[in-house]
Design a protein around this ligand. Sequence first.
Ligand code: WT7
Length: 650
Amino acid sequence: MSEALANLLNETRQFPPPAALAANANVKADAYAEAAADRLGFWERQARRLTWTKEWDQVLDWSNPPFAKWFVGGQLNVAYNCLDRHVEAGLGDRVAIHWEGEPGDTRTITYAELHRLTCQTANALTDLGVVAGDRVAIYLPMVPEAAVAMLACARIGATHSVVFGGFSADALTNRIQDASAKVVITADGGFRRGKPSALKPTVDEALANCPSVEHVLVVRRTGEEVAWSEKDRWWHETVETASTAHTAQPFDAEHPLFILYTSGTTARPKGILHTTGGYLTQTAYTTHAVFDLKPETDVYWCTADIGWVTGHSYIVYGPLANGATQVMYEGTPDTPHKGRFWEIVDRYGVTILYTAPTLIRTMMKWGEGIPAQHDLSSLRLLGSVGEPINPEAWIWYRQHVGRGERPIVDTWWQTETGAMMISPLPGVTEAKPGSAMTPLPGISADVVDDQGQSVPNGGGGYLVLREPWPSMLRTIWGDDNRFIETYWSRFEGMYFAGDGAKRDDDGHIWLLGRVDDVMLVSGHNISTTEVESALVSHPSVAEAAVVGATDPTTGQAIVAFAIPRGTVDTSGEAGEQLIADLRNHVARTLGPIAKPRQIMLVAELPKTRSGKIMRRLLRDVAEHRSLGDVTTLQDSSVMELISSGMGGGK
Ligand code: WT7
C-alpha cells in the first residue's frame, strides 16, 4: 500500500454545508478541539446524554489492553434509555416507527406503544426462563417485532444475537451453537419481491442440531402454514397476552448487550461482542452529531436490515436513544416498482436518508428518471455506509436525490467499531465526493505504513485506530485469542481495521477497500476501489467490480466487470467499442499502469446479502477456475450468467 499510485483519484470537487444547516447544526467545529483537548472528558460528557442509575467511577480502564472497560462502575438500562425516559418526558404519543410492509400494509407505532410491546416481550421471555446473561437468537424479517425483541432482551439483560433473515439453516445453526442460545425468536416468514418468503422451516432445520434451544417464539406475519413442535409458541399468544407492566432493572456498563456475527466469506464467522454503556453512548452521540437529528421535526430512514450492524446501531439503538421518529420498511426497493423508496420518502416526509453505495449505484443503473417522478423535497441530509462510495455515485446521490444541494455524510465504520468513526459533520465539513474525510470528535484514526508509522499527506497505507473508543468490540465471543490476533497483532498497540486508506494533500482520509482487495500490477499497488471509481466515472457505466487475476508478465492483471447504465447499447460492435473506450478512460484517469487487461460487460454482479461485491468469485472467473462456494450470494444465478459470458472470449 505504501507504493499506492500517487494521485490516483483526481477528485477536487468540494461541497460546503448549506448555510442554514451549518447555523443550526447540533454539533459545530469546536467539537474537534474540545475532544482533542480532553478525549475522556469529551466521552464522559456524551455519556451524560443517557440516563444512568449509577454514575461511573472511571471513564476508561485500559490497564489490560486490548480489553477495554468504559464507564466502569456505571449502571443503566438500554431499553429504559430508548423508551421509558421518552414516555416519562411526555413524548409517549410521538411516533417511533412508521412501518411499511412490502405488500403495502402499514403500522404506526408510538413510543408509548413500543414501550408497552417491549414490556410484554420482556415478561414473556422471563416466563420462558430467560434470565440476564442468557443468549437469545433473533431471526426475523423487517417487522417491528425485530426491534421489540432486541429491546426486550436489552431490558432483561439477555444478550441478543440477530441472524439476518436471508441466511441459510447452516449459517443459523453455527450462530445458535456458537452462542448456545436458549430461545429463538422468528416468524412464519416475511414478504420479499412480492411473495411470502418462509423463515420458520429454516429454524426447524437448524434446530435439529441446536440442543441449547428450549423455546421458539414465532411471529405470524405471512399467515402461511408452518410445521409445529412442542418448543414452538406463537408470539401473539405469548407476548400479546403478557402483562404490560415491567420495571427495567439496571445493568453494569460492561454487561454484554449483543453478539453479531461478521459474515466471513471463507473463515468461521466471528461473534463480535458489544456491551452496554459505551455502545449506547457512541451510537446516541453519532446519531445526534452526524445525522444532525432533531427528534421533534426529523423523519429518519435507514434502509439497512436489522440483521446488520447498521440496523442495530442506526435503526434501533442510536435513533431510539435520541427519541427519533423513523421509517422502517420490510421489502426490496423494486417491489412493486423501482420508485418504491422514493414513494416512501414522499409519503412519510423523510428528512434524513441513510443508505448504501450499492443501492445508489443500482438506482443510477435504473436511471435518474425514477427519483425525478417523486417529490423528494423533504430530504435535508443524506448518508452512505458499507463500502467506499465512488465519487460519481456520490455526485449522482447529491444531484438526483439531494436536488443538488443536500449534504452527504459518508460514514466509515464496521461491525467491530459498533458506531461511526470517520465521517463529515454535516454542519461543518466541506465534503469531498468519495472521502469519509475526518475522524469524528473523540476518535483517533490514522493511516500508517508497513512499519506502523503515520504516513504524510499524500501517502497511502493501512487504516488503524490508535486509541480505544466507547463502542468498540470487547472481544470475539468465546475466543479472546482470536480477538487479539485478528485486530491487535498487525501493529503494536493499534487496532488494525483491515482497510487500505490514503491521506490526501489536505489530510483527508479516503478508504480504499479491504487490504485483501489490493492488486499488485508490475510492482505497483493499485486498489480495486480506485479502478472501480474510474469506471463508474464514465457516463456509460453504472457499476463496476475489479479484481486482480494472475498474469504471467505483470504478476497480477486488472480484470473489470462493468454494468452499463440503463439505455446504453452493448450489442456487437457497440459493445466492443465501449470496452475499448472504457480501457482508455481508466488509463487516462489513473495512468496507463491501471489500464484493465480485460473488461466484461455484465448485467449483474455477485453480491453478498449485505451488498458487498464478492470479488473472490470474480477472481475465479477471471482466472478460469471452477466457482467456489456461492451459497452466501444474494442471487446465485448471477454467477452462471457471468461465467458463460466469459467463456465466449475476451
Ligand atoms: C467494512 C465493514 C459499517 C456498517 C456496514 C458494514 C467497509 C463501511 C465504509 C465507508 C469505505 C466502508 C470497510 C469496513 N466500509 N463503510 N463509508 N467507506 N468503506 O459493516 O460488514 O462490518 O463492514 O465495510 O471495508 O471495514 P461491516
